[in-house]
Design a protein around this ligand. Sequence first.
Ligand code: NAD
Length: 250
Amino acid sequence: MMIRVAVVGAAGRMGSTVCQAVEEAEGLELVARLDAGDEITPEALAGAGVAIDFTVPTVTEANVHALIDAGLDVVVGTTGWDEESYGRVREHLARPEAAGRSVLIAPNFALSAVLAMRFAAMAAPYFESVEVIELHHPNKVDAPSGTAVATARGIAAARAEAGLAPSPDATESDPLGTRGGVIDGVHVHAVRLRGLTAHEEVVLGNPGEQLTIRTDCFDRASFMPGVVLAVREIGSREGLTIGLENLLGL
Ligand code: NAD
């Protein structure tokens, strides 16, 4: 059976690549392209069963609520989500009128990045020190990346479960904030550099050894297999799912 798909943010860099991937994917049919200024109405959605949102952090949550109300399952790649906005979507999905609806929000659809996050969480209990460095193109408007936040949280959870002390750090003075941002006790550094696309390094240190886990996405094509997989799978998952790893059985 064909899955009818609407893309929201269809004129954007990710949205236009997603439109092409949906058109080329077997079993998927692109029925609607929406962008800024288009209202989310039944007419505009043209009978779509699944919507894909790649818009901007300031509008994505409102889009998701409107799409749930319109009776669609939603796959979201837009960044900027936090525990509070996840909570509001969970609450919406729990209402009787949203029964059976699913939302998947993935900070990263690239398989290499999802695996790097998983490997970092696996390695985290075995190392004294860990820091995350994310590196992106200079047009990216938010820092740190959603992937870096998710990576740091995964590492922190794994360290907490293993009962590890905080990473050692004797810094007493850092007036410029050069030690980076701290997410659940894990230092995160953001680099913005012309020529880069989307990259992340997790460095883990022990006396006398270091493990580096690195993912490099050179092209938006890297995200498409994950997006298509999510569209195919979302109908079989009720409620809110956060992270593509849940569809990969990791
Ligand atoms: P972009 O600026 O090229 O595209 C955003 C599009 O959204 C634009 O066409 C804009 O007109 C449109 N838009 C704005 N407001 C809208 C509204 N109310 N309704 C519909 N469309 C609206 O950005 P991009 O590079 O395509 O990235 C989009 C988002 O995806 C960002 O948050 C980015 O961080 C994220 N991203 C996620 C992944 C992932 O794997 N999850 C990968 C790459 C980018």
